[in-house]
Design a protein around this ligand. Structure first.
Ligand code: GDP
Length: 298
């Protein structure tokens, strides 16, 4: 499905004001550029990125008369250009099992995303193992088991409160013994105690490297797109806690503020491996810059 990044789209709210003005020409003057900036900032693009985008649109066109549709197309083009380099599916390694560590704050959609990814990999003929590494939250473990059942993938669990690193080690041993293609390790998302979480994630990495010095091959940060600018802070925080290699943006079906993805791409350049577009198992799509730009500008 196309990413319904922004219901209604940006232009529904600005340039179409008064209705039926899509073909009306307006001068690309300071007022117009300011309105564009406001619109982009309201979509959670962040001030720096919004200013850069409008400056690029204005370059060589300032003072010209453009139709709303033309401005919209320019904006979509500019956004797609920024997003193009980050639209990259999860890289697959020839080495088995590929170990994917999944990090993110609670509620961001980690469990759901792991379930969806597991299902996709299964459909592609890969064998998958999941480790329920958030051993403190019984509900998280149960939820992951539900997703594992849906995807037809085994979920390894440990007693509540037990060491996630030891579970991760056992899970990798099992994945290796079974000849699995992929091991996904869920992790805790308690940001309240960062030092603890950092130590927990570092220990998981340390311990799995005893079995495979290259693990984890990917560290996926799952971000909730509806948290807007907060997503930027989460990237900054998690990059200090773990060696984040790529992003999955969830809940793009439920936000008019998808602009934060542009800010993220502009600021960090981390690949966006997939987007969550709903709560069902098939609601995980590759990130498509052009669809996204079209939906955002709409
Ligand atoms: P976790 O705490 O990070 O493991 O988060 P969960 O996977 O439990 O997800 C939290 C909530 O977000 C659940 O109600 C999910 O159904 C919902 N959710 C996750 N991904 C998406 C998505 O892409 N779209 C929508 N609409 N909801 C999502």
């Amino acid at each position: 499905p196309a990413a319904p990044a922004a219901r209604g789209g940006l232009f529904g709210r600005l340039l179409g004001r008064g209705g039926g003005q899509a073909v009306m020409r307006r001068e690309l003057d300071d007022d117009m550029l300011e309105s564009l900036e406001e619109l982009l900032i309201a979509s959670d693009m962040g001030v720096d990125t919004a200013l850069r985008v409008t400056a690029n649109i204005a370059e060589g066109r300032f003072g010209k008369r453009l139709s709303v549709d033309e401005i919209k197309a320019l904006l979509a083009q500019e956004i797609a250009r920024i997003m193009e380099p980050v639209a990259r599916p999860l890289p697959l390694y020839p080495k088995k099992p590929q170990v994917v560590l999944v990090v993110g704050v609670n509620g961001s959609g980690k469990t759901t995303t792991i379930g969806k990814l597991a299902s996709q990999f299964r459909a592609a003929g890969k064998s998958v193992v999941i480790a329920a590494g958030d051993t403190f939250r019984a509900a998280a473990v149960e939820q992951l088991q539900v997703w594992g059942d849906r995807a037809g993938v085994p979920v390894l669990t440990a007693a509540q409160g037990s060491d996630p690193a030891s579970l991760a080690f056992d899970a990798l041993a099992k994945a290796q013994a079974d000849g699995a293609d992929l091991l996904m390790i869920d992790t805790a998302g308690r940001l309240q105690n960062r030092a603890d979480l950092m130590e927990e994630l570092a220990k998981i990495v340390r311990v799995i490297r005893k079995k495979d010095p290259d693990a984890p091959h990917n560290t996926l940060l799952v971000l909730d797109a509806t948290t807007g600018q907060n997503a930027l802070n989460q990237v900054e925080t998690f990059r200090k806690l773990a060696d984040v290699s790529g992003l999955v943006m969830t809940k793009l079906d439920g936000t008019a503020k998808g602009g934060v993805l542009v800010a993220l791409a502009d600021k960090f350049g981390l690949p966006i491996h997939a987007i969550g577009v709903g709560e069902q198992i098939d609601d995980l799509a590759p990130f498509d810059p052009e669809d996204f730009a079209a939906a955002l500008t709409g």
